[in-house]
Structure formats: structure tokens, C-alpha cells
Ligand binder design. Structure first.
Ligand SMILES: *Cc1c(COP(=O)(O)O)cnc(C)c1O
Length: 362
């Protein structure tokens, strides 16, 4: 049986070029070869995130850095903004780290809005906040600039932002946003194998981390800073991933950032058009739909079409494409289609042909 092409919202499909880069021979992580590799990609990483700060490479999935941010930056109490499975989980992770934590929960499908965050921060209880820019379980993109603008009002609160499924698909201007941590894993919009996370910290975040106790070693942000200043990582990294990242950055800058963002908007619009053509509504509140993945209602929603998502996924899979049948408590009543990474109009249309076929059999 041939490979089933991934259109799930992570991991996504990886190009042959990326695989080949991944498979280069090993080098020592304390040698000049590695330092040269990291030094070569650092300016591109900074350009990618519109920052003058160093970009760190963590050999972990995104959760490693998400947990690390809690351990490094929370000393009083953290506000976890919750609007779906990943952001809801962050509250649980904060508590498992032994931190005082409170959730700001909005209904799944709705975004996090600045006014509600402002009301919570105004209590003066919090010294950190977590937000997920693109909530992958619900397909909702929260208005990051609006939330980040609150940083001016609350300069001592650490703004920790997960952009796992949006980084490289939309502009994320770290320095301009004025936030404290921005992080992502490589298996989503970056279209690399899972196992590496990228993150960047503000000088304020590094200063704060240095004062926080019990931040451990593996995800100690101060260690990342010290090592990155010498083009190294605290412990032995997945060097293969960093080779793949170098190759991916070449692709990204050859295409151009603006062209990459525009391509994601176009392939996403095609997905929304497909859903509309088949009589489906979308799960997110109008105006807050993600541009990297589409979360479609297939359950009994007013005015929406009803189909068996599990059957749809299977019929599409039989034709060589994997889409996702919903996540967490909206499993079965939604399905999700990813347009992240290297997808083009042509490759998306191949998927839609398979999905059209499947719909005829439902
Ligand atoms: C996938 C995802 C995560 C979890 O990433 P891991 O790499 O599995 O740790 C976290 N946040 C968002 C928004 C995601 O899409």
C-alpha cells in the first residue's frame, strides 16, 4: 500500500528535499561544524520571526517549551486563556508544574478577546498569561495583535504565545508584538518532521527566568540563551532536525514570506469554498477562522449539512489522503482539513477531488 498523504493538522506532509536534508551524516554538537550550522540559520530564523532576539532550538515537541515557559516565567499566578483542547490543557499543565493557575474559558469555537483578558489582568493577581494563537482543535485564530497590545498596560505580566499551527503561515512579528515568548513545533506549518520546537524570548522574559526557582535544566531558558549566544544548544540536539530546518528555511526564503502567507490564504479559501459547496458550515465564530486548517461542522447545526465524519475520513483515506475526524469533545461533530506547509492550489485540488468522490458515497 502506498503512503497516505497527510492533511491532518499536524504532523503534515514532508517534502523529499526535507527528508534528504534530515538524513545527512552526523556531526558533533560542540564542534565548529554545528556552530557554523546554527550561525548560518540564526539570521534567517530572526527574519522569519521579525526579531533581533536569538531564536532557540529545543529538541522536544511544542509541549516541552509550553511547559518550560510555565516553569521559567510563573512565580505568582498564571492566566491560561482557554478556547479549545490545546489551550484548555495548558491550565492542567500549569497546575502539574505546581503553579497557581486560573483559566479564562470561552466556548469552543470562539476566540480569546482582549477585553476579557484585560478584565482578568486588571485584578493584579497574574504575572504571566498563556494564549494559543491558532487553536488547532477548533480551527479558531484569536486576534493576537489585539491581545498583545495589552502588554503596554501590564508590562510586568509575561505574555506567552503558542503559534504552533500558525508560525510561517501568517506574519508573526515578535518584536513589534512586544510579547515575551513565541513558540512552535516543526511538524505543523513548517512542514518538518516532529521532534523540534523553535522559540524566542524577550529580554524581560530572560531577566524574569533568572529570578524564578525550580525551572529545571532541560527547558531552562537561561541555559538556552547562554548556549545560543555561542551557537549551541544546552544538550545534544536532534541535529537531523536542524539540517532539515536549514533546508526548509532555504525553501521559505526562496518562495518569499509574503508569497508563503498568500499561498496559505489561497489554499485555505479553497478549503472553505469546498465546505460551502457541499452545504457545510464552519465551526469557528465568523471572522475568526484559521488560515491553516478548516474545522467543518458535520453534526446537527442549524442550516448545516449532516454526514458521518468517520465514514468520510475512511472514504477519503481509501483514496490516499488523511483528514481528521475532529478532536476532543467535538470529535464526530466536526472534521478538520489542513492546508499547512507545502500545499498548493494543485495539491489541494487533488484532495478535494477525493473528498468530492467520498461525498458521493455518503
Ligand atoms: C499540535 C499543537 C500543540 C502540541 O504540539 P506537540 O508538538 O504535540 O507538543 C500545541 N499547541 C497547538 C496549537 C498545536 O496545534
Amino acid at each position: 500500500m502506498g503512503h497516505v498523504k497527510l492533511h491532518i493538522p499536524g504532523p503534515v506532509e514532508i517534502s523529499e528535499k526535507t527528508y534528504r536534508a534530515f538524513c545527512q551524516p552526523m556531526i558533533g554538537h560542540r564542534g565548529q561544524g554545528f556552530k557554523d550550522l546554527y550561525a548560518r540559520i540564526q539570521p534567517q530564523l530572526q527574519q522569519l520571526l521579525y526579531t533581533r532576539q536569538l531564536v532557540y532550538l529545543s529538541t522536544s515537541s511544542a509541549w516541552g517549551v509550553m511547559e518550560g515557559a510555565i516553569r521559567n516565567l510563573v512565580s505568582r499566578k498564571v492566566l491560561n486563556c482557554m478556547c479549545g483542547a490545546f489551550s484548555d490543557k495548558w491550565l492542567d499543565v500549569s497546575r502539574r508544574c505546581g503553579k497557581d493557575a486560573e483559566g479564562l474559558q470561552v466556548p469552543w469555537g470562539s476566540p480569546i478577546r482582549a477585553a476579557e483578558v484585560d478584565r482578568k489582568l486588571a485584578t493584579g493577581q497574574f504575572d504571566a498569561l498563556t494564549v494559543i494563537h491558532n487553536e488547532t482543535s477548533t480551527g479558531v485564530m484569536s486576534p493576537l495583535a489585539e491581545i498583545a497590545a495589552l502588554k503596554q498596560k501590564y508590562p510586568d505580566v509575561m505574555f506567552i504565545v503558542d503559534s504552533v499551527s500558525s508560525m510561517t503561515a501568517v506574519p508573526l512579528k515578535f518584536d513589534e508584538l512586544g510579547i515575551d515568548v513565541l513558540l512552535a513545533g516543526t511538524q505543523k506549518a513548517l512542514a518538518m518532521p516532529p521532534g523540534l520546537a523553535l522559540f524566542v524570548c524577550s529580554p524581560a522574559a530572560l531577566a524574569k527566568a533568572a529570578t524564578v526557582k525550580d525551572r529545571g535544566y532541560y527547558f531552562d531558558f537561561v541555559e538556552f540563551q547562554k548556549n545560543a549566544a555561542q551557537n549551541m544548544t544546552p544538550s545534544t540536539p536532534s541535529i537531523s532536525h536542524i539540517y532539515a530546518l536549514e533546508s526548509k528555511l532555504q525553501d521559505i526564503f526562496a518562495e518569499g514570506l509574503e508569497a508563503r502567507y498568500a499561498r496559505h490564504r489561497r489554499t485555505n479559501q479553497l478549503t472553505r469554498d469546498w465546505a460551502a459547496r457541499h452545504g457545510f458550515t464552519l465551526f469557528p465564530d465568523p471572522g475568526f477562522e484559521s488560515v491553516t486548517l478548516t474545522c467543518v461542522n458535520n453534526g446537527a447545526r442549524p442550516g448545516g449539512r449532516v454526514v458521518d465524519a468517520e465514514k468520510l475520513v475512511k472514504l477519503v483515506k481509501d483514496q490516499g489522503f488523511l483528514i481528521n475526524g475532529g478532536y476532543g469533545k467535538i470529535k464526530g461533530t466536526t472534521f478538520r482539513v489542513s492546508n499547512m506547509g507545502d500545499e498548493t492550489e494543485a495539491t489541494m485540488n487533488q484532495l478535494f477531488a477525493a473528498m468530492d468522490n467520498a461525498m458521493k458515497q455518503l
